[in-house]
Design a protein around this ligand. Structure first.
Ligand SMILES: Cc1ncc(COP(=O)(O)O)c(C=O)c1O
Length: 451
């Protein structure tokens, strides 16, 4: 079944409806002008998104880091459709075959193969679930005083109240104060400017990890429930921590009985060249959260993967049960799309492709250091990269008003993505090939030349 692109008065009507009634996320409503406004996207195929004039745009960030298998995959759509025709929803106290199958598949890719998966509908719900799970874990173990959640400044864990309290959320979050009680912040990892007046990444990474210990001690360890971090934070500009960092974090969490949560909403399912990013630090978190790419973005999904140690604490008398419910969590259509997505990833060796193409992209991006304004090229783990643009390479002074300048240049070079205040972020579908990487680097270089 194919659909015709909209045209003529039908297209005009759609645009008027959007202008008048559609409330976009995190953008001003009502602006559908070509220069600054919302685009009308009518179709997608592979790395390409097509606008109302059938013009192809390069999807430089897999939309919001989720369409990992590219656009227009009828096999994922068919799997969801087939499941919807069998049964589209199952009642409480039951489960459907794809839901069971997806939980087993996800466990098999997790660091702890005996994990259990609690399904929800998105990333924020996944993180809310994880922090409630951590709290209840401690209650079940007789430590009900543990409720505080430590997170890293300017991370992003979602836009709901609790997740916003743990990260930048909707910036600036203080507009929405008071935040969740017990939200404690520590420094985030910066592989370019470092912190704590350190002069090498090695020193800095140790200080970043020690900042967690300082926070736990400063807040009374017996009140601290969990620490949450993205293995590679996209919100703070894709700084890749060194080998020691997460290993130290794991040791500190163990020392004080604090649960470690790895937010893999972006990094999960192959984005960084492994099924989950945290495995590249040889660390097993207590809980991993995921969403987006589990269905390659074709249907909403999310979840919290708990190790056996954590999930076993919920088994026993009724008081131990995790009384937490999200209506759409684990629904058959989404999980069928998830199973298909993971089967495709296995059959087409997509995780390996992410690693190989990621290495290739990184090597091409490093050639951009020849430009005076290219301060730092980050990535090297799969297809999650950033090119930081600066005013002055020696002083690392930020480039002024960058996001505003990048917007029109993205339009000029037909790139759909997320122009950011630090520079250019690249995360194409992980099925991308070498020619398509060359094309992406050429567009990126054109933007840099124009700047
Ligand atoms: C690391 C991370 N965690 C959580 C979320 C929230 O996910 P959602 O928008 O599905 O609620 C996001 C969204 O981009 C994210 O990047």
């Amino acid at each position: 079944m194919s659909t015709q692109p909209l045209s003529g008065s039908e297209l005009e009507d759609i645009k008027l409806m959007a202008q008048k009634h559609f409330w976009p996320h995190a953008k001003p409503a009502g602006d559908i002008s070509e220069e600054t406004g919302l685009k009308t996207i009518t179709k997608g195929e592979g790395i390409w998104l097509y606008d109302e004039n059938d013009q192809p745009w390069y999807d430089t960030t897999s939309c919001l880091w989720l369409v990992n298998l590219g656009h227009g995959r009828t096999d994922i759509a068919d799997a969801a459709y087939a499941q919807m025709k069998e049964v589209s929803f199952t009642p409480m106290g039951s489960f459907s075959p794809p839901t069971a199958k997806l939980s087993a598949k996800i466990a098999s890719y997790s660091p702890d193969k005996d994990s259990r998966v609690f399904f929800v509908s998105g990333g924020a719900e996944a993180n809310e679930t994880a922090i409630k799970m951590a709290r209840k874990y401690h209650i079940n173990n007789g430590e009900s005083s543990r409720y505080k959640v430590i997170s890293r400044r300017n991370s992003y864990h979602g836009a709901t109240y609790a997740t916003m309290s743990m990260g930048g959320g909707t910036r600036p979050p203080y507009e929405f104060e008071p935040l969740m009680p017990g939200s404690v912040k520590i420094a985030n990892y910066d592989s370019y400017r470092y912190g704590f007046s350190t002069i090498s990444e090695e020193q800095a990474s140790e200080e970043y990890a020690k900042d967690l210990e300082r926070a736990i001690l400063g807040h009374n360890p017996s009140t601290v429930s969990a620490f949450i971090a993205e293995p590679i934070s996209t919100a703070t500009g894709i700084h890749v921590p060194n080998k020691a960092y997460f290993q130290m974090i794991r040791e500190i969490c163990d020392k004080y009985g604090v649960l470690m949560i790895s937010d893999e909403v972006i990094t999960g399912f192959g984005r960084t060249g492994s099924w989950f990013a945290i495995e590249q630090w040889d660390v097993t978190p207590d809980i991993i959260t995921f969403a987006k790419a589990c269905t390659s973005g074709y249907l909403p999904i999310g979840g919290a993967i708990a190790t056996k140690k954590i999930s076993d604490a919920f088994i026993g008398d009724e008081s131990k049960t995790f009384t937490h419910l999200m209506t759409f969590g684990g629904n058959p259509a989404s999980t069928a799309a998830g199973v298909k997505t993971l089967e495709i990833m296995e059959d087409e060796h997509v995780v390996e492709n992410s690693k190989q193409m990621g290495d290739y992209l990184m090597s091409k991006l490093e050639e951009l250091y020849k430009y005076d304004i290219v301060g730092h090229v980050r990535g090297g783990k799969g297809l999650l990269n950033a090119v930081e643009i600066v005013k002055n390479k020696d002083s690392k002074e930020p480039y002024p008003n960058l996001a505003k300048k990048l917007g029109p240049l993205y339009n000029k070079y037909k790139m759909i993505g997320l122009p950011s205040p630090i520079g250019i972020q690249l995360a194409p579908p992980i099925t991308v090939n070498k020619n398509e990487i060359d094309d992406l680097v050429e567009r990126t270089e054109n933007v840099i030349k124009d700047l």
